[in-house]
Write a protein that binds this ligand. Structure first.
Ligand code: FES
Ligand code: FES
Length: 128
């Protein structure tokens, strides 16, 4: 199966690979798995408490090229967004940007789910 140039670019030069300290109050961590293939994606956001905007993001993905590219792409997309704005990112936009074939759509769903999980984690830390 041929990967698109954008997938190959993100796969070979992944943006924002790494970790933040999970215990940091400004960090939200989302860890999700794809039942279809067993791949795992961890996405973290770092929120600026003064502005409420995501100022940085990191990921680690155990998975295929499309999953790595999807997570790399969304770490770029969430930066500068509010939490609500980040939640509007749809897997269809990811799949379109990376020109994912139908069999790889679940990889982009993983990335959308990872953002939601990271935002949920951040909000849970700041409830009350
Ligand atoms: Fe798991 Fe994509 S099927 S790597
Ligand atoms: Fe399973 Fe890509 S995340 S094949």
């Amino acid at each position: 199966m041929a990967y698109s140039d954008k997938v190959v670019d993100h796969y070979e030069n992944p943006r924002n690979v790494g970790n933040f300290d999970k215990g940091d109050d400004d960090v939200g961590t989302g860890m999700v798995g794809a039942p279809a293939c067993g791949d795992v994606m961890k996405l973290q956001i770092k929120v600026n408490p003064a502005t409420g905007k995501i100022e940085d993001a990191k990921f680690k993905t155990y998975g295929c090229g499309s999953a790595i590219a999807s997570s790399s792409l969304v770490t770029e997309w969430v930066k500068g967004k509010t939490l609500d704005e980040a939640l509007t990112i749809k897997n269809t936009q990811i799949a379109e940007e990376l020109a994912l074939p139908p069999v790889k759509i679940h990889c982009s769903i993983l990335a959308e789910d990872a953002i939601k999980a990271a935002v949920d984690d951040y909000r849970a830390k700041h409830a009350n």
